[in-house]
Design a protein around this ligand. Structure first.
Ligand code: FPP
Length: 232
């Protein structure tokens, strides 16, 4: 059966995974990065064209400085270690969010990896970093208002597509399947607009325990549903 074109995931539960084992939270994030590797590989195997991962929200800056700094180091390390595999598997890296507010070294590593993988033809891995949906929508509203004030956009012609085209995700199709690990029934400011018609799959598994078999199960559950898009 045809896989969803675009899967979006809220990777939750790294902290709980570590706590259950009496480990520091960063150990949970390290194991979480291993799940990122496995899930990306499986998306390539399943022919999923786009995979968006919520890696850092605009609210995550409120965490202890040590954890925040550790996450950026982990991300930089991950990008460096994974580049050969991404090249081998044809993974194209992209990022959404206010990337210009990240540490300089993280921005540089991201830009370098995005450039190196730009022509890869398999799955596009989109990392949501310093991302929140309301910030994205506010940025899009500002862009529209600026164009209207400059006289290059007639407000009367604005449609949902006009707005979609100003989102960070303008180039990507909407996700059909949204997965959230560790059981929370919330959207947490993630792709509010883009997930309008997505099927939600919530699993009690913590993100470090979410592997290839779990992804296949989520995709199978997606296939078992009937999607009507408001029709009959
Ligand atoms: C949520 O778990 C996870 C995060 C806020 C960070 C996600 C980061 C990774 C999976 C690793 C690095 C990312 C990449 C792309 C290599 P939590 O800490 O909120 O868990 P808790 O709710 O159990 O405390």
């Amino acid at each position: 059966m045809k896989s969803p074109r675009h899967i979006a995931i809220i990777m939750d539960g790294n902290g709980r995974w570590a706590k259950e084992r009496g480990l520091p939270r960063l150990k949970g994030h390290e194991r979480g990065a291993e799940s990122v590797r496995a899930i990306t590989e499986e998306c390539v195997a399943l022919g999923v064209e786009f995979l968006t991962l919520y890696a850092f929200s605009t609210e995550n800056w409120k965490r202890p400085e040590e954890e925040v700094a550790g996450l950026w180091v982990l991300l930089e390390h991950f990008l460096e270690m994974e580049l050969p595999t991404m090249m081998k598997n044809g993974v194209r890296l992209r990022a959404i969010g206010r990337i210009y507010e990240l540490p300089e070294s993280t921005q540089a590593k991201l830009a370098q990896t995005i450039a190196a993988t730009a022509k890869n033809p398999a799955t596009t891995l989109i990392l949501a970093l310093n991302y929140s949906s309301r910030t994205e929508l506010a940025d899009a509203a500002r862009a529209l208002a600026t164009e209207a004030a400059a006289g290059t956009l007639d407000p009367a012609t604005i449609t949902p597509d006009t707005l979609s085209a100003r989102l960070y995700t303008a180039e990507y199709p909407d996700p059909e399947l949204m997965i959230r690990t560790s059981g929370e029934l919330r959207l947490s400011n993630f792709l509010l607009w883009q997930l309008s018609y997505a099927e939600f799959y919530i699993t009690p598994k913590l993100w470090p325990d979410f592997g290839k078999a779990e992804l296949r199960e989520a995709v199978a559950s997606f296939h078992a549903r009937e999607r009507r898009f408001g029709g009959l």
